[in-house]
Each structure stands twice: as C-alpha cells, then as structure tokens.
Design a protein around this ligand. Structure first.
Ligand code: SS9
Ligand code: ZN
Length: 349
C-alpha cells in the first residue's frame, strides 16, 4: 500500500493545551507521525511519497474562505498583539450571545479565535497553517493516486488530524478536515457516492457537520458517547442527517470502558450502513485512540484487534483511502495503525 507523508507536520508543535482546567503539555505531538512512519517502513507496507500541491481550491470546496484566511494569518495576528507563546481562544459566541456577527467586523485576534473555534485545547503556533495546509495536501494526493492508479487503497499519513474541523471551526487538534476535503475531491473527480467511516475514538463532529444535509457523502462514526466524552455537543444517536441528507448520517456512540465485543458490534452495524449505501469509494478516518492504553481515551481495544478492523474494511470490495486521525499512545500508535493497514492488505489480496 502506498503511503503519502510529509515532514512538514513538524512545523506544528503546540506546547500546551487546556486539560482539566490546567495548561498541560500537548498530547498531539510530532512524534506521533514519526512513530507511524517508522512502522510503515519497518513492516515494509510499501512506497512512501511526498504530497503534490493541489492548491487552496479543493480546501475551499469544504471550508469557508474566511476561515481559511483566518488560519493563514492567525499566528501573525497573535504575534502582532505582542504574544510569543501558543495562541488559544477563551470566549465563544454560544446561545446567549450573538452567533451571526459578520466575522469581518471582528477586529481583535481573541474575537476571531473564538469565532472560528469550538474548544480551548487546540493551540495555534507559528507553523500551524503550513502544517495543516500540507496535511490536507497529503489527503488530496492520496485521493489523486487512488483515482489515477486504480489501487485498492492508499494511506494518507496526515498530521495534524482533521475530523473535528467543521466548515468554519477548528478544535480537537484539527484545523482542516482532511477526510472531508478528500471525499469532496473524489466527487469532483467523478465519483457519485462516497462513504466516510470514522473509527477514531472521538466523534467526527466536523465531518458530520460538513455533510449533514447531503446524500452524496454518507457519514458513519463509532465513538465515545457524547454523554461522557468530548466533543459532548454532537455525535448523539438521533442525529441521522437533515433535508436531502436525512438517513445519510449514522452515529454509534459507546460508553467509557467499551472493549472488543461492544466495539465490533457497533463497527459491524456501521459497516452494514456503508454497504447498504453502495459507495464507489470509502474514506476511513483512521484513529487508533480506541486503544486500551490511550492516555486521553477510555475504550479498550488491543493491538490484536486492529488487523481485524482492516480485514472487515477490505470486505467492502471498493477502493479505500485511509486518512490518519487520532491516537495518543505514542509508542503503540505505529503498531496499531500499520496493523490495521496490513490486516486490510492481507484480506484484500
Ligand atoms: C481532554 C481534552 C480532549 C480533545 C481531544 C481531541 C482528539 C482528537 N481532557 N481534547 S482525535
Ligand atoms: Zn480522537
């Protein structure tokens, strides 16, 4: 299986995030991608290539251009305010404030950070824009390779991750929604139906929001129940899409402590929704923070479970783009991710 990867991810390395009310060292660190790449090589998964530059247009098929422009200049605006440490928002326009203020009227960086975000756990640093832009290009290059070569699967080793990023919001360590950008790019290249299967421990709230009113992209997610788990305010089972998108969104939330049996039962239900939809291509939001030793997550999958996930995905029989999302047990993220991919390879033949 071909892997797309760029060292540019290293430019994004936040120092601190707000965890449990305290500024703590970030868990979404460059070593995550390094560990996955090392395992790709150790297991001889296949060729590793650098991304091509597909430009901004495919990003702006998903994200509001004002949001993209904000991300591009956020660090400079923050620095111009005299700050030489990571940028974090602290005030949001939720229910009792106005949510319809034209962002062009917001002058200060603190207002803009609040307008374009939904959490205080996602620091912006000097290299964040370049790293996020390149991460989207990794996904887009994976999409192009899959379409152009007729391969069964490609692995887009994206970092920073993307599935929490909405049309005009960053959060959950995500800035640009790599999986959504790739899915739209498949459609723009001629596909009519794309399914996104999100196996990350967290709900892919950004991906759900982006495609919630559309029937050309099916979204299915297995994740920690929002009753207990971040991002709390999306990912509930009754969210099944709206308007033309009604019936094209499926959430499978599970309680803290869920291990192999409940997880695979929910996963099988999600896989049947994907098969019932009959997509021409599947994008997998591949997070391995479902692992039992993940430091911020509370599921209990074992290393031996990951190849089985890959085997089941291979049974879809259609091309698959794997897009890296979360996974914070840094020493095992490579083994678990590549285990899933080799499971796919052995079953796909
Ligand atoms: C933990 C804060 C959780 C968000 C996690 C995002 C994971 C992305 N107290 N922060 S895959
Ligand atoms: Zn996650």
């Amino acid at each position: 299986m071909l892997t797309v990867y760029s060292d540019t991810h290293r430019l994004h390395h936040g120092k601190q995030e707000l965890i449990d009310g305290k500024l703590m060292p970030v868990v979404e660190m460059p070593r995550r991608a390094d560990t996955v790449l090392a395992e790709v090589k150790a297991r001889s998964l296949g060729e590793v290539i650098a991304p091509d530059d597909h430009g901004r247009a495919p990003i702006e098929r998903i994200h509001d251009p004002r949001f993209v422009a904000f991300l591009e200049t956020a660090w400079d605006d923050w620095s111009a305010a005299g700050r030489d440490y990571d940028a974090l928002p602290f005030c949001w326009g939720t229910r009792t404030l106005r949510q319809d203020v034209d962002p062009a009227r917001l002058v200060g960086i603190d207002a803009k950070l609040g307008y374009f975000s939904f959490d205080a756990g996602t620091p912006i640093t000097a290299g964040t824009w370049t790293a996020a832009y390149t991460s989207a290009q990794v996904a887009l290059t994976g999409r192009a390779r899959l379409t152009d070569t007729g391969a069964r699967a490609v692995f887009a080793l994206c970092r920073p991750p993307g599935h929490h990023a909405g049309m005009d919001t960053f959060g959950g360590y995500c800035f640009l929604n790599n999986a959504a950008i790739a899915a739209q790019s498949f459609l723009d290249a001629g596909a009519r139906k794309v399914a996104i299967l999100d196996v990350d421990y967290h709900h892919g709230n950004g991906t759900q929001q982006i495609f919630y009113s559309r029937s050309d992209v099916l979204f299915c997610s297995i994740h920690g129940h929002p009753q207990q788990e971040f991002p709390f305010f999306l990912g509930w089972p009754e969210e099944i899409g709206q308007g033309p998108g009604h019936g094209f969104n499926h959430n499978f939330p599970l309680p803290w402590g869920s291990g192999q049996a409940p997880w695979f039962e929910a996963f099988e239900a999600a896989c049947r929704k994907v098969e019932g939809y009959g997509p021409e291509v599947v994008v997998v939001s591949l997070g391995v923070d479902t692992f039992k030793d993940d430091p911020i997550s509370k599921f209990r999958l074992e290393t031996s479970d990951y190849p089985k996930i890959g085997e089941r995905i291979a049974a879809f029989g259609c091309p698959v783009l794997f897009v890296m999302e979360g996974g914070y047990a840094v020493d095992q993220i490579g083994v678990n991710t590549v285990g899933l991919l080799t499971g796919f390879e052995s079953a796909a033949g």
